[in-house]
Design a protein around this ligand. Sequence first.
Ligand SMILES: Nc1nc2c(c(=O)[nH]1)N[C@H]1C(S)=C(S)[C@@H](COP(=O)(O)O)O[C@H]1N2
Ligand SMILES: [Mo]
Length: 411
Amino acid sequence: MADKTSLKPTRRRFIQAGVASSAALLSSTTMAQETTLIPGRGPGRRVIDTGYYGVPSEFAKTQRMKGNRGPGLVGGSLTPLHELEGMVTPAGLHFEVHHSGVPDIDPAEHKLLVHGLVDDAKIFTMEDLMRFPKVSRFHFLECAGNGMGEWMSPRGQTAQQTHGLTSCSQWTGVPLKVILNELGLRGDAKWLLAEGDDGARMTRSIPLWKAMDDAILAYKQNGEWLRAEQGFPLRLLVPGFEGNMNVKWLRRLEVGDKPWWTHHENTEYADPRPDDMIRAFSFYMECRSVITSPSGGMTLDGPGYYEISGLAWSGTGTITKVEVSTDNGGSWQEAQLEAPVLPRCHTRFRMPWTWDGKETIIMSRSTDDTGAVQPTYEEMYKIQGPIGMMHNTAIQNWKIAQTGEITNDRS
Ligand SMILES: Nc1nc2c(c(=O)[nH]1)N[C@H]1C(S)=C(S)[C@@H](COP(=O)(O)O)O[C@H]1N2
Ligand SMILES: [Mo]
């Protein structure tokens, strides 16, 4: 067997092949001295040393954090939007909201009953479902309560705390309409009840037009099996609709002619309006955006060039424009949207910026292809009332102090 050390690059090899990129930064004499000092690294870890499922580097500390509702059974975690790039959320960082913790379900045992106003009621196993034609689509998923702590005054320090209840994945599964057409819908069918197999037995009424449009019975997320936290082995995905309608651990679908007015439809997810009315079925998560970098909790390292970047999304359509203001809303500039720009999907925007070192407030404002424009808090209060909690879509301000420190501030 070859001596391990013989695999290490020799000093000679380093001088010949190495450090081409750092060469430009060093004078030729220091370069020669430096290269003789760089030791070879030797062989690295092997796959059998670390396990066959990859994990982030021990130096990469990006993590979810406990959600606003605490660590109990009702609660979950927030996506670290301020530390992520692009538009896809890694499965291990997808936010979570559970009403009774995460059940562990064996897919071999799991079944989906579809019944009610259909010609043939049927029980599907996971194997049955996976034989149907499938689709893979990128969609965001956002909890109706994303940013609920921000309604009255700024509270979260980072974009994770203010906006971390939205994530985006590529979801794979059977289009729901394929299954419903297979069973045959009766003429009076108008609504669909979706029920989860968790302790909370989350149930929500979904309008049939949405079920027959782009809803998916999803079992894969970013190519691999759904995570238990995201509803393994099966979840309903209703793209662009509020998070709680995307029932996880899906075990039953009932077709009916009217909504069921379930517990959650009469409590948490009914939204008060300024005229004292209650909006029961909000459905859509509307047009919204947030600057993720630079953002709350970060510090700018003196005046100079920075890239302003963030995410925009809309449950009603496709993002067509994101404007950025770096002078507290005084003037706006259009940011670049980075491809792919997809319907009901996170869209990454970027804008170059040179900070002059003076105190200022930066913010973003999104527009979608229905013409919806993200409102200010004042504008949102007029539509939704000042005491709402769900469906906060307002423009997020980040205040940059002269020291470069960034805080969540609306003044
Ligand atoms: N069965 C079941 N489905 C559920 C929930 C739940 O507690 N039980 N929570 C809902 C809520 S409130 C949200 S916001 C989304 C969150 O999905 P995620 O945890 O995959 O991010 O799932 C929804 N589906
Ligand atoms: Mo939610």
